[in-house]
Write a protein that binds this ligand. Structure first.
Ligand SMILES: *[C@@H]1O[C@H](CO)[C@@H](O)[C@H](O)[C@H]1NC(C)=O
Ligand SMILES: *[C@@H]1O[C@H](CO)[C@@H](O)[C@H](O)[C@H]1NC(C)=O
Ligand SMILES: *[C@@H]1O[C@H](CO)[C@@H](O)[C@H](O)[C@H]1NC(C)=O
Ligand SMILES: *[C@@H]1O[C@H](CO)[C@@H](O)[C@H](O)[C@H]1NC(C)=O
Ligand SMILES: *[C@@H]1O[C@H](CO)[C@@H](O)[C@H](O)[C@H]1NC(C)=O
Ligand SMILES: *[C@@H]1O[C@H](CO)[C@@H](O)[C@H](O)[C@H]1NC(C)=O
Ligand SMILES: *[C@@H]1O[C@H](CO)[C@@H](O)[C@H](O)[C@H]1NC(C)=O
Length: 794
């Protein structure tokens, strides 16, 4: 195919267009704006610098887009108006060519910063001047902290490093992170990049991380959100219903997700809605897949109507890289030619010269897309600079503060899954020799996962554990997949002699990754045998530390009395080794919770990965998905996690009813009840888009630390809908707080949760409704609960 001119991420929804996202060599860096300067960038400060214009032999006063007294909107329009059609077309791919005639420099839109500044994407690179950046834990690990302020603080650290690298000519200002697709199926290969299976938790993670990346201190409450300054620009992706990568030959580029509107509203779109409304993100990326036959990047309803119309995005929409190529060559959508495909994406809100010339795209649509882009660059200070960031440089990258934050995040994200008879923490005074076993014991690259950069300095589990005793390291397996048992015996011998045995096992990117979904939920090869035999042989206590994003069926270890403690660390980032040692030897008391359900291995035999419904499909015998709809047994449930201390909850105060008076424009709405539970209700529910939704559920919980160690507790609050509503969720997370409580102390936590957001049910017609009747608020694992009664009157 002669499609090479459109291999790019079209920035538009046209802009995102034209670039190859992951396959592009990371060193094809394009300068940010030095005209033809080298990418050192140290001389380039901002576009509308009079000295720069005079050095280019241009008169800046002839270009109103450089007039700081004008609104961004007017400046961006002026810039676009001054371009010819061919010049415009050159600005639509991720690698913008600039317009030398106007003094507009090149700009590379594509950089990534999922958990640290990454060198994936041509906008960012590392070299002798900037050799590395802080590699924070992967998102699945940080999410397990359930600490909103941690998520924001990491975003702030990452954007500081990004801005410093931009000043040094090593990075862009626009980052296509985070990935906020809900983990619908435990086999999904990209769970590592995401905040897990609950749409509300995913949305909260998105809003906090985006605010950390984007917000310029002091201007969070800017009035005109279309001109609000940006530290760097963030992008919530991949919109939407994208969560099949490559499962039994079904690949994302040609996958057509058949999704009911109910699931769309309730699960797949909600994090994006929160990312825009609560995070005020400046970009959304549409995904490779189709939804109900329509490629997402060409769907005017999903893009223009929902993102811009309903949610009021202040920013641009970009297509995932190659998605135009994907549209033409993989989806064969509407028998499109490349020009048609461009036309559809542009029109959908997401192109090219030929399509304009063939009358398939109005030039005005390109203008509109370009304006969105330039407004974002204006907000980033690309044209005028942002004084408070000009001093950022080398000292701000891999700073002690950031590296310590990476360690803290890994500690907060560690989940204690088992601890019989307080095996953990180990007493450093009593342990002289340690057997450190397993394919991840000396993990390096595995700790930082994908979309990583070059880490400042990795500390492996082995390095960190060596500080606590004499270590006998035996890898136990030839490689992570552990294809034979030839190395098990030496590992058993080490365990036989040591005062304590630490086995570091699990999976990595060769099992779960982008373009690679999992085949099963088990540990690979002989790992299970390694763990059992080493545990059997061990003289001292045995601790199992697991690396993974998705759940592992480790029922054998859960039930094995010789394994005293189990820790899950996800993929814990460059300081993961220190965090593991801190937790094992009690320098840190773990408080993380699993961000997704750990299913039994048989779960994946019950339903294909391509079945999109979240609810059970009784006719096919498919169980429900995620804790919200699956009622069967699990290895470990969503949000589970232990501590070295004990917490006790007491409900201090709670409002138990809400009475809502309806005006004459607000109407009762019928919802379906199961036959047997039908109690006639005068006003079964009211649609949320009909209501003001000012009411709150206020309550206070006292969290007492009744054990003898300081610790942090995550209080998760759920709501359960009134009995008998047909096909609704079992429960849903409506709030959470992580709190530190010293031993013997207590803390009061206040919750003021919006009634509509917290008690809503999405019905079959995809309306969000507030049902009347007795809802239940559940705190923690059914530790306390109380009813909230909703009634309506006219
Ligand atoms: C950048 O500045 C240095 C020193 O001031 C100068 O030698 C060099 O030519 C400049 N480079 C560009 C591309 O302007
Ligand atoms: C949550 O994260 C913040 C920011 O990193 C940290 O200061 C705080 O201690 C954390 N809270 C708990 C309870 O761990
Ligand atoms: C996008 O939506 C707005 C209303 O929200 C409408 O006026 C406009 O015509 C739509 N554009 C396209 C290309 O559908
Ligand atoms: C641990 O891994 C590092 C990096 O791959 C390697 O240099 C080192 O030799 C390994 N340590 C042991 C004890 O094998
Ligand atoms: C077992 O695995 C190791 C390490 O991967 C390899 O070197 C060895 O040849 C394998 N042995 C057999 C019998 O396959
Ligand atoms: C669990 O869900 C299945 C599938 O919908 C249903 O058949 C079963 O009755 C439910 N079991 C319980 C205990 O609710
Ligand atoms: C925990 O709280 C409950 C009431 O909420 C109380 O009955 C129980 O005694 C408390 N336990 C401890 C150890 O404080």
């Amino acid at each position: 195919m002669t499609t090479s001119h459109i291999f790019t991420c079209l920035l538009i929804a046209y802009l995102s267009i034209l670039g190859r996202a992951r396959d592009v060599p990371t060193n094809t860096y394009t300068t940010l704006g030095h005209g033809d300067a080298t990418p050192t960038g140290s001389n380039f400060t901002f576009v509308c610098d009079p000295k720069r214009y005079s050095s280019l032999g241009l008169d800046m006063s002839k270009f109103p887009f450089c007039d700081k007294s004008l609104p961004y909107d007017v400046r961006a329009s002026d810039l676009v108006k001054q371009m010819t059609l061919s010049e415009k077309v050159l600005q639509l791919g991720n690698t913008n060519r600039g317009v030398p005639r106007l003094g507009l420099p090149k700009y590379e839109w594509w950089s990534e910063a999922l958990h640290g500044v990454s060198n994936v994407g041509p906008g960012t690179f590392f070299d002798d001047l900037v050799p590395s950046s802080t590699s924070f834990p992967t998102v699945i690990t940080s999410t397990a902290s359930f600490n909103e302020s941690l998520w924001k603080t990491i975003g702030q650290a990452v954007s500081t490093e990004a801005r410093a690298m931009y000043n040094l000519g090593r990075a862009g200002l626009t980052y296509w992170s985070p990935n906020i697709n809900v983990v619908r199926d435990p086999r999904w290969g990209r769970a590592i990049e995401t905040p897990g299976e609950d749409p509300f938790v995913v949305g909260k993670y998105a809003a906090n991380y985006v605010r950390g990346l984007q917000d310029v201190e002091g201007s969070e409450d800017f009035k005109d959100l279309n001109s609000r300054p940006l530290k760097v620009s963030s992008c919530c992706k991949h919109y939407a219903a994208y969560d099949v990568d490559n499962w039994k030959g079904i690949v994302r580029e040609s996958y057509d997700a058949r999704v009911a509107e109910q699931d769309m509203v309730e699960t797949f779109l909600r994090p994006f809605e929160m990312c825009i409304k609560e995070g005020d993100v400046s970009s959304i990326m549409c995904s490779y897949n189709r939804v109900n036959g329509i490629p997402t990047c060409a769907d005017p309803k999903l893009l223009n109507q929902t993102i811009r119309g309903d949610w009021d995005l202040h920013g641009y929409i970009v297509s995932d890289c190659d998605s135009i190529d994907v549209l033409v060559n993989r989806h064969h959508w509407l028998g499109d030619t490349n020009e048609d495909a461009v036309a559809h994406t542009l029109k959908a809100g997401t192109y090219v010269e030929a399509s304009v010339q063939q009358g398939k795209v109005r030039e005005a649509e390109i203008d509109k897309s370009l304006k969105y882009l330039y407004i974002v660059l204006l907000r980033l200070g690309f044209f005028d600079g942002i004084p408070q960031y000009t001093s950022l440089g080398k000292k701000d990258i891999c700073s002690d503060e950031h590296v310590e934050l990476a360690r803290e995040a890994a500690r907060e994200g560690t989940v204690l899954l088992k601890n019989i008879d307080q095996t953990l923490p180990l007493d450093a005074d009593k342990i002289k020799t340690l057997a450190v076993i397993g394919p991840h014991a000396n993990a390096t690259a595995a700790m930082i996962g994908n979309y990583a950069g070059v880490p400042c300095k990795i500390v492996t589990p082995l390095d960190a554990l060596s500080a606590y005793g004499e270590v006998d390291y035996k890898v136990g397996c030839g490689e992570m997949k552990c294809r034979n048992d030839s190395l098990i015996f030496p590992a058993m011998q080490a365990a036989e002699k040591a005062d304590a045995t630490i086995i570091v096992a699990g999976i990595d990117l060769s099992i779960e990754a982008e373009s690679l979904d999992r085949e099963d939920l088990l540990l690979p090869g002989f790992q299970t045998q390694l763990i059992k035999q080493v545990a059997d042989a061990a003289k001292g206590p045995v601790i199992l530390v697991l690396f993974s994003a998705g759940g592992l069926d480790i029922g054998f270890a859960k039930n094995n009395k010789k394994i005293g403690g189990i820790l899950w660390v996800g993929y814990p980032g460059e300081k993961g080794g220190l965090a593991i040692a801190d937790v094992i030897f009690g320098k840190y008391n773990p408080g993380g919770r699993l961000p997704l359900t750990w299913h039994e291995a048989s779960y994946t035999d019950m339903l294909p990965m391509t079945s999109m419904p979240l609810r059970p499909v009784d006719s096919l015998g498919y169980p429900g998905r995620t804790y919200k709809f699956f009622n069967g047994s699990t290895v470990y449930p969503f949000a589970c996690g232990l501590s070295y201390t004990k917490f006790n909850y007491t409900l201090k105060s709670a409002v138990r009813s809400t009475h809502i008076k309806l005006n004459k424009f607000q109407h009762c709405y019928g919802i379906k009840y199961r036959e047997e539970s039908h109690i006639p209700r005068p006003c079964p529910s009211v649609r949320i888009d009909d209501m003001d939704c000012k009411e709150r559920i206020n309550f206070e919980v006292e969290v007492k630390n009744v054990g003898d160690r300081d610790g942090s507790e995550v209080v998760v609050v759920y709501s359960k809908p009134p009995e008998g509503i047909e096909a609704t969720h079992i429960k849903q997370v409506i709030g959470f707080q992580r709190v530190f409580v010293p031993a013997g102390g207590s803390k009061q936590l206040k919750f003021a949760l919006n009634v509509c957001n917290s008690l809503r049910v999405v019905d079959y017609n995809a309306y969000s409704v507030l049902p009347s009747g007795g809802h239940t608020i559940v705190i923690g694992d059914d530790i306390i609960s109380f009813p909230v009664h909703v009634n309506f009157s006219s």
